[in-house]
Design a binder for this molecule. Structure first.
Ligand SMILES: [Zn+2]
Ligand SMILES: [Zn+2]
Length: 149
């Protein structure tokens, strides 16, 4: 994400905290910034590893709780792809994912075709779809190369 976009998202986060009466802590802000700066959909553990280098003494529990709070506030997304455990995504625009079944990397993709999906089966159930994200499982370039060696 571009620095200007990150600044904008952090500002937005501050106003969400004010509106919802959630204390804006340095840790929460820092954790959000860490997620916005990367696009590899880190796990809670990876976020902890990254953030603890600049907030010494930060506990794992604090990071895990902060991630839950950020996801509940809707400023990040929690992803649950089978096999990967929870991963965190700072990209709130509609997009889709390629998930490697070997190294579990998660790659963002954009596709007008997928964005324009209409599901008549959902309509038959009277279900109003508000949002969706499609994920494809397979092998990333690196893992595919390794395998065919
Ligand atoms: Zn892979
Ligand atoms: Zn994503």
């Amino acid at each position: 994400m571009k620095p200007s976009q990150i600044a904008q998202r952090l500002e937005q986060f501050e106003s969400v905290c004010r509106e919802r009466g959630v204390p804006l802590t340095v840790q929460r802000r820092d954790i959000l910034q860490t997620i916005l700066e990367r696009d590899d959909h880190p796990s809670a553990e990876q976020v902890y590893e990254a953030v603890k280098t600049h907030i010494p003494g930060l506990s794992r529990t604090t990071v895990y709780r902060a991630l839950d709070t950020l996801a509940d506030l809707g400023v990040i997304r929690r992803l649950h792809h089978p096999g990967t455990g929870a991963r965190f995504d700072g990209n709130l625009q509609r997009h889709h994912h390629l998930v490697c079944r070997k190294c579990w990397c998660v790659i963002d993709i954009e596709s007008a075709g997928l964005d324009g999906l209409r599901l008549s089966a959902a309509e038959r159930h009277g279900f109003e779809i508000e949002d969706y994200s499609v994920h494809f499982t397979g092998l990333c370039q690196e893992c595919f190369r390794q395998r065919s060696k």
